[in-house]
Design a protein around this ligand. Structure first.
Ligand code: ANZ
Ligand code: ZN
Length: 802
């Protein structure tokens, strides 16, 4: 038989598939949309870690194709934004040029995977035909009041020289470059994602996503119920309104704290405290939110003023501290040190009284060494509330407060509006004109795309202005409304803009008149399966849901969740779990492995390295084993192909068990055990080959099962088995449970050669198990002095005893 030659058959089938695509839309098949998170075309190319996700999605796609679906399986490029621009600056070439080169290189590498991508659908976020619609969505949002301008202190990365969204700040550092994030006061375009907070939260229930990701989004949206309480200021007309989730503890409020940015903070300082207060406020303004919340010793300053507890008239000192955030709740809190950790720490440090108002079993703690934070127990020191269950009161207090007239029940969210301006060159220009008379006027829809102009210098300026601001001929324009001289907005969109909706465009990527035609959207969308890394849990995956809901609201599409099912693959790491990166010098390129072992071996090895949802260490040596397996499989099929073996009960059973095992492992996404399953079944088939051969149906079934994993090998063997159509024209085999059952046989059980009983066993049961069964039926007929135990497989048991 012909030996397995991966180079030859991979070339042959690649050409063949190009001419005769295996994924065809006959208009009758149901669609299945399997999407990869599209890559940034960075200059480093793909490493074996990138392959993993693409292989997983391609295996799943081909499996769906074999189940009879018309597959939507596209690929494209997320090419605007900081990574592409930073790379271009480093290499000293224009980002448009370097991006095009990188796309070409990565596309070549991706083609080595032999995935069934439909390149006719390809999109690139930097293509004017694409970003026309990114801008169009912005204009629509502006018209709906969802895009607005606001001046405020925002997160600023001094190294990337641009503003960042909250989602892009990770533990106080820039999500891109890791530099500590500072604050900068800038006029910003904002997207009102908060308007969708409730829907973004509730609709998580509709999604078949990992619980972990749902929880991350739930926490990020951070909905909480509580009350606002108004505290009059002693000797003044103003009130301080606080937000609390624990209004049941109102009697235990022994001080108040305002955020340094609170409107009243500076003015509450009495003359002797003025200097200290001003200094504190100034210093706080230099820190980021994350810095302020991090676990370090509390700082604060007393204003000298007091507020009156509206419930019991107690005089409570007003402090300022940076552990209270300006942009959450009301930026002011009532502090209950007995029942809140942060307040306890603060009160202990500054010697403020602590009053316990909730007690377990009604008994107060003698010397509190930490806050009692459970919301269960009985109210004490709480006037008319004494004796109530705190859990009950927690729910009722907002209503009581509302009735008494010094507050109201409220709902709060942690989610903030999306800071949408970037002071960088390589992004979609925000299509707005600033007119001295008309204010902000959107570029008319029919004039989109508003092209990104060529510039001499695309380096970030660091001044808070984008490099576009330096191009007078571009900046100076006329107002689309009144015709007066006006100026263009010079900020660009964040890199998330294009990726928030790209999955909609694939199915109608050439449409010049619409983002996507309603007909195609109804037919081919939304995404059934989305595969990618978990790092996007609250960035891309939240923004995409927001955009989808908006486009649903304005009637572009008829569904309001983009991704029905989500699978997050783990990372492939270098030795000792270290992330693969160029700087660490541990990047393994797939190119050499494909050359030496072939695409099919690398595909299977990518899955074999470990459970797909976990991080796995890469070890080059393992691919050898997969390569040898493919050789053995190849030889096994070819050895049997002309033998014309009749199917036996044993072969039928083996076939159905194989179908059952492979399918159930595949369905549960246990892809590494699918590969080990193939190895086990191949060994069994090799055994059968030695015993007399494997029948054609079993061979064909094995080849079809292998097709999503090793498509070239499967296609070639399918042809060698005598077919002239593609292996992918088959239907995925199904397992018959009846056929999988083991046969039972009855055998005699003897003592010293005389039959005493009959037992029924399955034909391939192990000797130990059969002897155990025999001894059980013989019971006390056994003497306890056994000399020998004889088992003739499937025939007879004989126990020799004295
Ligand atoms: C009194 C109290 C007593 C509180 C108690 C807690 C426990 P979540 O669940 O995160 O919404 N808080 C309110 N606004 C704040 C701000 N701008 N910065 C920092 N902390 C703020 O938390 C709400 C609780 O966090 C509120 O309830 C408030 O403290 C505090 F035993 O009020 B609480
Ligand atoms: Zn940065």
């Amino acid at each position: 038989a012909t030996p397995y030659n991966h180079k030859e058959i991979e070339k042959k089938w690649r050409q063949n598939w190009e001419k005769n695509p295996v994924n065809v839309n006959d208009g009758k098949k149901p669609k299945y949309y399997c999407l990869d998170m599209f890559p940034y075309p960075s200059g480093n190319g793909l490493h074996v870690g990138h392959w993993r996700g693409y292989v997983i999605s391609d295996v799943w796609s081909r499996y769906k194709m074999l189940q009879g679906y018309y597959l939507i399986h596209p690929m494209g490029w997320d090419a605007f934004g900081l990574p592409a621009e930073n790379y271009a600056i480093k290499m000293g070439v224009h980002p448009a040029k370097s991006t095009a080169e990188n796309v070409a290189n990565i596309k070549r590498q991706i083609n080595e995977i032999a995935a069934v991508y439909d390149w006719d659908m390809e999109v690139n976020t930097t293509d004017p035909n694409f970003y026309k619609w990114t801008q169009w969505i912005f204009v629509k949002m502006f018209k709906e009041g969802l895009a607005y301008e606001k001046e405020m202190p925002i997160n600023w990365c001094p190294s990337c020289k641009t503003g960042l969204a909250n989602e892009e700040v990770v533990n106080g550092n820039c999500e891109r470059c890791g530099s500590p994030v500072t604050k900068k006061n800038l006029k910003q375009w904002m997207l009102r994602i908060t308007k969708y907070a409730d829907r973004l939260l509730e609709d998580l229930n509709k999604l078949d996503w990992p619980e972990k990701v749902k929880k991350m989004q739930t926490d990020w949206i951070g909905k909480s119920y509580g009350a606002e309480v108004d505290f009059p200021i002693d000797g003044r007309d103003e009130k301080i309104t606080v937000y609390t989730t624990r209004p049941d503890t109102l009697h235990g409020a022994t001080f108040m704290v305002l955020a340094p940015e609170h409107a009243l903070a500076a003015s509450l300082a009495t003359p002797e405290n003025k200097e200290a207060v001003d200094k504190y406020i100034y210093e706080a303004s230099m820190k980021s939110n994350v810095d302020r919340l991090q676990d370090k010793e509390k700082t604060g300053v007393f204003t000298g003023s007091y507020a009156i507890n509206p419930l019991n008239g107690a005089k409570t000192p007003i402090w300022i501290s940076d552990y209270v955030l300006a942009d959450y709740g009301t930026g002011a809190i009532m502090c209950v040190p007995a029942h809140d950790d942060r307040d306890f720490e603060f009160a202990t440090k500054f010697n403020i009284p602590i009053i316990q108002v909730i007690a377990k079993d009604g008994k107060a703690i003698e010397n509190m060494t930490e806050a009692y934070t459970e919301a269960s127990g009985t109210m004490i020191n709480s006037g008319e509330w004494n004796g109530m269950e705190s859990a009950v009161l927690k729910k009722e207090a907002p209503m009581i407060i509302e009735e008494k007239g010094f507050g109201r029940k409220t709902v709060n969210y942690k989610l903030r509006d999306w800071v949408f301006s970037r002071q960088r060159y390589w992004g979609e220009p925000i299509p707005i004109v600033h007119c001295p008379k008309c204010g902000c006027v959107p570029v008319p829809e029919e004039e989109l795309p508003l092209l990104l102009p060529e510039v001499e210098s695309y380096q970030p300026t660091g001044t808070g202005e984008s490099p576009l601001a330096a191009i007078d001929s571009w900046v100076n324009t006329t107002c689309p409304k009144c015709g007066a001289p006006a100026k263009r907005e010079t900020n660009t969109m964040p890199q998330w803009a294009g990726s928030s909706w790209y999955f909609l465009r694939y199915v109608d990527s050439h449409n010049k008149d619409e983002l996507v035609s309603r007909e195609k959207a109804d037919k081919y969308l939304p995404v059934d399966m989305y595969i990618g890394g978990v790092e996007h849990a609250v960035l891309h995956l939240l923004y995409s849901r927001f955009y989808t809901k908006f486009l649903y609201d304005i009637g572009v599409i008829d569904f309001d969740e983009p991704f029905h099912k989500l699978f997050n693959q783990g990372m492939i790491t270098g030795k000792n779990g270290i992330k693969m990166s160029k700087s660490k010098g541990n990047v393994i390129s797939p190119d050499d492995l494909v050359r030496d072992y072939g695409c099919d071996s690398l595909r299977m090895y990518e899955l074999f390295v470990g459970p797909p949802e976990l991080d796995s260490e890469w070890d080059d040596r393992g691919i050898d084993g997969v390569y040898r397996f493919l050789n053995r499989f190849w030889n096994m099929v070819l050895q049997n192909k002309d033998k014309d073996v009749k199917e036996t009960k044993e072969l039928v059973k083996l076939r159905h068990k194989m179908v059952y095992d492979i399918t159930s492992r595949l369905e549960s996404f246990s892809l590494n055990t699918v590969i080990s399953g193939f190895m086990e079944y191949n060994n069994k088939l090799i055994e059968m080959t030695k015993k007399g051969g494997v029948d054609k149906e079993t061979l064909e079934t094995a080849v079809i099962l292998m097709a999503p994993f090793a498509p070239h090998v499967a296609e070639e063997l399918w042809q060698q088995l005598g077919h002239d159509t593609s292996v992918f024209k088959n239907t995925w085999p199904s397992a018959d449970e009846e056929a999988m059952k083991d046969d039972e046989v009855e055998i005699p059980v003897q003592i010293n050669g005389k039959t005493k009983a009959v037992i029924s066993i399955s034909a391939d049961e192990a000797k130990d198990a059969v002897i155990a069964k025999a001894k059980e039926v013989l019971g006390d007929r056994l003497s306890g002095n056994i000399v020998k135990e004889i088992y003739v497989p499937g025939k007879i048991v004989n126990i020799v005893q004295k």
